[in-house]
Design a protein around this ligand. Sequence first.
Ligand SMILES: NC(=O)c1ccc[n+]([C@@H]2O[C@H](COP(=O)([O-])OP(=O)(O)OC[C@H]3O[C@@H](n4cnc5c(N)ncnc54)[C@H](OP(=O)(O)O)[C@@H]3O)[C@@H](O)[C@H]2O)c1
Length: 373
Amino acid sequence: MSDKNAGHQTSRFVVLVTMLGVFAAAPLRAVSPDIATTTRKVVLEKSGAGYRWKLTEAPVPAVGDRQVLIRVHAVGLNRGDLSMLEPDSDNERVGRVAASDAAGEVIAVGKQVKGIRKGARVTNTFFENWTDGRFSGERLAHAYGWTADGVLADYIALESTDVVPIPDELSYEEAATLPTAGVTAWNAVAGHRDIHPGDVVLVQGTGGVSTFATQFAAALGAHVIVTSSSDEKLLRVKGLGASEGINYKREPAWSERVLQLTKGHGADLVVDVGGTDTLDQSVRTLADAGTLSIVGGLSGYDGSISAWGLLKKAANAQSVFVGSRADYLRMNTFIVAHRLHPVIERVFPLEQYDEALKTLAAGNFIGKIVLTL
Ligand SMILES: NC(=O)c1ccc[n+]([C@@H]2O[C@H](COP(=O)([O-])OP(=O)(O)OC[C@H]3O[C@@H](n4cnc5c(N)ncnc54)[C@H](OP(=O)(O)O)[C@@H]3O)[C@@H](O)[C@H]2O)c1
């Protein structure tokens, strides 16, 4: 866990606050030369059939009328940051700014922006311009780091509708874990059905999405069962509220163990991050009228599920694609009410991005990996 509000304590912050007086008199579209003229940013370039990252310098972006300029302090990493480096014939990524989740401080505000002040602590949303309502496929063309430029830079300009205030209780590092993994887990656990105290929730794994899912389900009073490849990780998630753990390496037929542990009841909710290799057991694990939340594809996204496996229990399967800004705000309210803090295994400086990605790939962590800028 990182220090709370670490960004507030740096001398850089003090300098920045002193400089904010300059902004008060400066035209909103221009960035004061006294603050910064260039920003570091991490962009992708071709490497074989896939991509590698490189650190570049670019002008600090101008702030549009409906935008805010953010000094980024922390960037949360996701499994997706590894996928972004892989070949993808449908999505050319040369020159794209990396990463999806940033937390920082608003240092300039466009003249048509209302309700956001300089000095506000914010993160971005995962999708551009999904404020509320149902998902639509068009969103997929507007995902930070994936189909739109990402956020791994000292300065980023975002539409004011694509930022979310950081609760006072959370540090920049903690907040940087929320836009993708936090909101996804929130919708996987609380998005499709009410969880009642005593309901059984099965969570697969102990990574970013799964650790949030465990925390949210436990805070709702559920009986949480976690599967993991590691006994040590299972012990750690018990400290987050998990009631029981199953080592899926030692017990590959983990769905049978879930039925044993629950005296045949099964899981009222299953959060599936495994995909192809886990979906079949996830369906077997469901209780009558249970819900399968399809989230991840760690072993592939094109798995299949048995219609009869669902039908005979009148169960349902729903998928989650992160969520809207409104979902994010609801999650933040819950986080504050339940005094939750994201679990951060390690924080790396930007200069050690390679090391951070290697740690992510090795999977030898629970919760999240974060970069500081
Ligand atoms: N649908 C969406 O909106 C959405 C959003 C974010 C992420 N995702 C997807 O969700 C998945 C998880 O993402 P993440 O960022 O949380 O990844 P992560 O932080 O890297 O965590 C992955 C963890 O999953 C566990 N795992 C791996 N294979 C497993 C298996 N066969 N059965 C059970 N657990 C397994 C491992 O836990 P142990 O080490 O404990 O075994 C691993 O640490 C990825 O496929 C990602 O692309 C989807």
